[in-house]
Every structure is written in structure tokens, then in C-alpha cells.
Design a protein around this ligand. Structure first.
Ligand SMILES: Cc1cc2nc3c(=O)[nH]c(=O)nc-3n(C[C@H](O)[C@H](O)[C@H](O)COP(=O)(O)O)c2cc1C
Length: 169
């Protein structure tokens, strides 16, 4: 699949088979995440990779929209290190770029994934800090669930010329 096809066919996948994802595929996805752009190239991300069922169960309860983590092959909690980020807001933006890279890389390998919002819901941020005993400078900003797809999602064509403003609004 070429890059453009991959971007255009990516969808959120929330249902997974029980097939295991190999360590090497997980590492390929992680490499893509850590290759994302970041403000001043500060790379403030720290990723917590979760494969154990009891831990997937725990993080699935952090968000009312994260139940799919229970049946995922693995999950990732994406954090921003405030000691490395240009500032709080840029840390959130940088880790969002990391998430999109993780999402697209998984899709390219035939692995489904979904982005699960954490920040700015501070109760979710605080729950994750508690679960993983994180220091206050480590802000969990997003979570993701990964697994081989057990649902088919058709590409969504969202190209809308009315959203493009050539030279002027
Ligand atoms: C910041 C952000 C937070 C999201 N949070 C959730 C979530 O908590 N649970 C979920 O199932 N999907 C979540 N999504 C996925 C969106 O619902 C999904 O991307 C959107 O509906 C478009 O569908 P598609 O990804 O299949 O193209 C989130 C996406 C973004 C960008």
C-alpha cells in the first residue's frame, strides 16, 4: 500500500481478533510513532506499552470511550514529558503527531487501531498518573488500542472542496 492510499483508507478499528501481534510489528509501529515531528524537535513523548490482560482491563476503565482496550492485542498510553516539551500545549500537539504516526503505521501493517482521548479530560489524566505512579511532569495525553481487525471499515471520502481556501477565504 502506498502512503497516499494508506492515509485515505485509514479508519478507526474498535473490534479485534484474538490473534497476537508480533514483537517486531509492535516495534515497527513504535518506531513510526517516535519519528513524528515535534516543536523544536524536543521529542517529549514517552510511551507505555500494555500487553497484559489485567493492565488492559485497568486502562479500559479510565475513559467511558475506551472499552475496546479490553479486547485489544495491546494498548499504548502516550505521555508528554513536561521537562522536555517546549510547553504544556506543544507537548499535547507533539504527542498527537506521534499518535497519528502510530495509527498510520499500524494500518500499513494490516493492524487496526483507535485513538482514545485522554487530555484535556483531567480526571482521565489523573487516573492514568495514579495507575502508573507517574510523576506530575509526565502527562498522559492519549491512549490507543491495537489489534487485527474483526470489523471491516470502508474508506471515508472526506475531501470537501468547500473546506479549501485558495489564496483567500
Ligand atoms: C482527539 C481524538 C480523540 C478520540 N477519542 C476517541 C475515543 O475516546 N474513543 C473512540 O472510540 N474513538 C476516539 N477517537 C476516534 C474518532 O472517533 C474517529 O477518528 C472519528 O470518528 C473518525 O473516524 P475514523 O477514524 O474511522 O476515520 C478519537 C479521535 C481523536 C482525534
Amino acid at each position: 500500500m502506498d502512503l497516499q492510499e494508506s492515509i485515505l483508507s485509514r479508519r478507526s478499528v474498535r473490534k479485534y481478533t484474538s490473534d497476537k501481534i508480533s514483537k517486531s510489528d509492535i516495534e515497527t509501529i513504535l518506531k513510526a510513532g517516535l519519528s513524528a515531528p515535534s516543536a523544536k524537535n524536543c521529542q517529549p513523548w514517552e510511551l507505555i506499552v500494555i500487553q497484559e490482560q489485567k493492565n488492559l482491563q485497568k486502562i479500559s476503565q479510565v475513559s467511558p470511550h475506551g472499552a475496546m482496550l479490553k479486547n485489544a492485542s495491546f494498548g499504548i498510553v502516550i505521555c508528554s514529558d513536561l521537562d522536555k516539551a517546549v510547553n504544556f500545549e506543544y507537548g499535547v500537539i507533539d504527542t498527537s503527531a506521534c499518535v497519528e504516526n502510530l495509527h498510520l503505521s499500524a494500518h500499513g501493517l494490516g493492524i487496526g487501531s483507535v485513538w482514545i482521548g485522554v487530555y484535556p479530560r483531567m480526571e482521565r489524566v489523573e487516573k492514568l498518573q495514579e495507575i502508573f505512579n507517574l510523576s506530575k511532569n509526565i502527562i498522559p495525553t492519549h491512549m490507543m488500542a491495537f489489534g487485527y481487525p474483526a470489523e471491516e471499515k470502508k474508506p471515508a471520502n472526506r475531501y470537501d472542496q468547500d473546506k479549501i481556501h485558495w489564496e483567500k477565504w
